[in-house]
Design a protein around this ligand. Structure first.
Ligand SMILES: C[S@@+](CC[C@H](N)C(=O)[O-])C[C@H]1O[C@@H](n2cnc3c(N)ncnc32)[C@H](O)[C@@H]1O
Length: 245
């Protein structure tokens, strides 16, 4: 897995965020090296970010994201590369925005470390219903080839546990092959049994082919959630690619 650095405008499009949504208290999980939280907070939104990488090595995260941007840029300009250039103008703008985002994140986490909490799904260090709206991008479903169904079930329950109102997840595609996460409907049925209704909604954001939908989970009326011990899972086997290689 790699750490990425999406900015405020990307998040707003990926999650269809309205001004009302941005007036609520938000959790960004995983926050990675995204500048979303820093930019949203500058506009008055209450945002907490959580990621396993916000521990001792957090000072290096922006640098690692910039390195990832270089890897990514090489992919973007390969002949025959299959990306959708309707939201971004093209590879140069994409890489510039991602790099600005990583740098803004780096400045913000250094200046305001208390807004960035170390934690890993499927167990996050917050009490039940701590946030109005929980946002989760580019982990669940995206890494469906690496993270098994048990992990997804437990992680989704954990995000639901923390939300007073909604959880929104984007994208619904596995980035390894751009196919929709195969167990999506099973996850939705599982959540429905816990009193969590869900719907798939189109979003404006476009970059990977077919990635123009988010999943919205309605949590306000949820019932008692199953205990995590009752939900089989496997530890997260994902590693950053630049650390592996
Ligand atoms: C591709 S980045 C996405 C970051 C951000 N949402 C964005 O769009 O820029 C994936 C992030 O997931 C984090 N991650 C990996 N395993 C995790 C886990 N078990 N729980 C929460 N986050 C995890 C990684 O550290 C990495 O920062």
């Amino acid at each position: 897995m790699f750490v990425s650095a999406r900015n405020f405008d990307e998040y707003r499009s990926m999650f269809g965020l309205t001004d009302h949504d941005l007036s609520l208290s938000l959790l960004d999980c995983p926050g990675g090296a995204a500048s979303f939280a820093a930019e949203a907070r500058a506009r008055g939104t209450r945002v907490t970010s959580v990621d396993p990488e916000y521990g001792a090595g957090r000072g290096k995260l922006a640098e690692l994201a910039l390195l990832e941007n270089e890897h990514k840029h090489a992919e973007l300009v390969e002949p025959g590369a299959d990306f959708v250039w309707t939201w971004f103008e093209g590879p140069e703008q994409y890489t510039r925005l991602r790099s600005e985002s990583a740098r803004r994140f780096g400045d913000d986490i250094a200046a305001h470390p208390r807004h960035y909490v170390e934690g890993a799904l499927p167990h996050l260090p917050f009490p039940d219903r701590s946030f109005d709206l929980v946002l989760s991008s580019h982990l669940l479903f995206s890494y469906g080839r690496q993270l098994d169904e048990g992990f997804h079930r437990e992680a989704l329950l954990e995000l639901v546990r923390l939300a007073r109102w909604q959880v929104r997840l984007y994208p619904l595609f596995q980035h390894a092959d751009f196919t929709r996460y195969p167990a999506l409907e099973r996850m939705r049925h599982f959540l429905a049994d816990c009193g969590v209704t869900s719907r798939v909604e189109p979003v404006e954001y476009a970059f990977d082919p077919g990635d123009q939908e988010m999943l919205v989970l309605e949590c306000a009326e949820r019932g008692v959630l199953p205990r995590s011990a009752d939900v089989a899972h496997q530890r997260d086997p994902v590693r950053w690619r630049h650390r592996d290689g």
